[in-house]
Design a protein around this ligand. Structure first.
Ligand code: NAP
Ligand code: ZN
Ligand code: ZN
Length: 346
């Protein structure tokens, strides 16, 4: 066992505080990673505040992890000591079900093992990336290309793959009109990735406050959803809409922006059920879908794509003691566009 520094939530209503946690011994197929940077995802906040259900405390969250391999097990072949690697939202899956066999570990029928709040193979609850080290099975460890700036690479492991996967699956590319709702951590990566794929990208943000940034990230158009005229102007317009909003939205209003056979994919994860009027789907034969992170192979594909395209998240590097302030700033949408913790400060 390795005792390592971390920041943990101790209750839904308490700030995160410094602590130590235990990491398991490195098994034959395990990799020990010295974490350098960890991103703050809105899912971390939903989780520690109990918005998705009760969790056991203390709990360390964080599933946007990059660092260096410092030790490998005797049977590890995919990674070597010194490699720059990443870990995202999952650290294991059953590997036997239909979806795992198809290489879609994120959709494991028995539920993938999340990087935090999941029951690990040894029966303990997984603890996430706001820590200095983590031990992970090599299959769930990604290779992070050196050309991606180190600290900016971390958010790719969740915000990057969660937006890349639906954009790739629903064929965002030349000739496609893609809208991104909400320009936070996920949203700004959706804009960059969809633009790099060659789609015509429109941002649907509440106000025009971030318009200049959105256009710089590759969007061609930027609209304020606080303005009702937006919904008239863009009716029946988009092939694909990616909803990244962390709070409930009036989905019908947005579904009406889809043209014939258009699809709206929800990646935002508010706890509340969201009503949809089926007649809105009948019009234009519209589809409403969800998408959860991405597979390991697809995550590697996304990292290589971002390296080749020269795109990376916009980040604000913070120290551990700024985590609680950063949470408040995420909640007030005062994030430009992802907070990343320098784990040297843990
Ligand atoms: P974030 O950085 O807080 O961004 C969310 C954006 O949504 C905000 O920047 C804001 O955009 C918009 N927004 C927030 N509150 C709103 C409201 N009340 N009404 C309308 N718009 C609002 O969060 P994130 O880290 O990108 O995560 C977004 C959501 O995705 C979270 O629910 C998270 O749990 C979920 N998620 C899902 C997956 C998955 O696998 N499906 C993976 C990761 C995260 P504007 O300021 O531009 O309006
Ligand atoms: Zn996340
Ligand atoms: Zn499985």
């Amino acid at each position: 066992m390795l005792t390592v520094s971390a920041y943990a939530a101790t209750a839904a209503t308490e700030p995160l505080t410094p602590t130590t946690i235990e990491r398991r011994d490195v098994g034959p197929k395990d990799v020990l990673i010295a974490i350098r940077y960890a991103g703050i995802c809105h899912s971390d906040i939903h989780t520690v505040r109990g918005e998705w259900g009760d969790i056991a405390y203390p709990q360390v969250v964080g599933h946007e992890i990059v660092g260096e391999v410092t030790e490998v097990g005797s049977e590890v072949t995919k990674h070597a000591v010194g490699d720059r690697v990443g870990v995202g939202c999952m650290v294991n899956s059953c590997r036997e079900c239909e979806n795992c066999r198809a290489g879609m570990e994120n959709y494991c029928l028995k539920g993938n093992t999340g990087t935090y709040t999941s029951v690990d193979r040894d029966g303990t609850i997984t603890q996430g990336g706001y820590s200095t080290h983590i031990v992970v099975d090599e299959h769930f460890v990604l290779t992070v290309p050196e050309s991606i700036p180190y600290e900016a690479a971390a958010p790719l492991l969740c915000a990057g793959i969660t937006t890349y996967s639906p954009l790739a699956h629903w064929n965002a590319g030349p000739g496609k009109r893609v809208a991104v709702i909400g320009m936070g951590g996920l949203g700004h990566m959706a804009v960059k990735i969809a633009a790099a794929m060659g789609a015509e990208v429109t941002v649907l943000s509440r106000t025009l406050a971030k318009q200049e940034d959105g256009l710089a990230f590759g969007a061609s158009h930027y609209f304020a959803t606080a303005d009702d005229a937006t919904f008239d102007e863009l009716a029946n317009h988009f092939d694909l809409i990616v909803n990244t909003v962390s709070a409930p939205l009036e989905l019908d209003r947005y579904l009406k922006l889809l043209r014939l056979d258009g699809t709206m994919v929800n990646v935002g994860a508010p706890a509340e059920p969201l009503p949809i009027t089926v007649f809105t789907l009948f019009g234009n034969r519209r589809s409403f879908a969800g998408s959860g992170i991405g597979s390991i192979a697809e995550t590697q594909e996304m990292l290589d794509f971002c390296a080749a395209q020269g795109i990376a998240p916009e980040i604000e590097l913070i120290s551990a003691e700024q985590i609680n302030d950063a949470y408040e700033r995420v909640l007030s949408s005062d994030v430009r566009y992802r907070f990343v913790i320098d784990t040297a400060t843990l």
